[in-house]
Write a protein that binds this ligand. Structure first.
Ligand code: COA
Length: 170
């Protein structure tokens, strides 16, 4: 009886995953997951490999070590992604010389979505020691409202949004 309750509590509290550093040996599996996302074009892998830093990236794993999801992260300036002609919503000069963390790709396997691992991956990244965090979102994802819960829209073009969150001073 007690064990049953423990199991129920575990499912309810969604504590059956942990956030761990990404390993080089995880990359083939991770890239397969990246390519399973219908909105991603084949060249997304090149972008991700260029922008991500393995040492900063993390995965959500279950108790057997199975990868449930990941957040690929890279130390990149948002300034490098803005281009002339892009609809930039604010003065971005305050970000010159600041340390930016790019959320390069966030993913959870469909069967594990909605169980807290995506949120845990985002919370992990948000607590890293950077001046600000930002990301690129294809409009085809239709998920701007999800990102605006934590960030603000700073730029867009016909295909993408760029959102940013300042690190809160502690
Ligand atoms: C985005 C994704 C990782 C969220 O994982 P999840 O397990 O469903 O998320 P959780 O239930 O743990 O957490 C819910 C949080 O994720 C956000 N979220 C849910 N679906 C989302 C989506 N499609 N895109 C972005 N954020 C999403 C929620 O708004 C919530 O945000 P909050 O923590 O700020 O309140 C998952 O839906 C996914 O892998 N989608 C396919 C890939 C994708 O869309 N990646 C983002 C590309 S910009």
């Amino acid at each position: 009886m007690q064990n049953n309750w423990r199991q129920i509590l575990k499912v309810r509290s969604n504590a059956d995953f942990s956030i761990e550093p990404m390993q080089e040996s995880d990359l083939p599996e991770i890239m397969d997951m990246v390519q399973s996302v219908p909105q991603h074009s084949p060249d997304v892998v090149d972008y991700i490999q260029h922008q991500m830093d393995l040492g900063k990236s993390v995965k959500a794993v279950d108790s057997t070590g199975k990868i449930l999801g990941f957040y690929l992260l890279g130390q990149n300036s948002v300034l490098n992604t803005l281009y002339k002609g892009m609809d930039v919503k604010e003065n971005i000069q305050p970000y010159v010389g600041k340390k930016g963390l790019e959320g390069v790709a966030l993913f959870v396997l469909p069967e594990y979505r909605g169980s807290g691992s995506g949120r845990a991956l985002k919370n992990y990244a948000q607590n890293l020691p950077y001046d600000y965090m930002w990301g690129y979102h294809l409009k085809d994802f239709n998920n701007l409202q999800d990102w605006l819960k934590r960030r603000r829209l700073i730029a867009e073009d016909p295909n993408v949004y760029i959102t940013l969150r300042d690190k809160k001073k502690t």
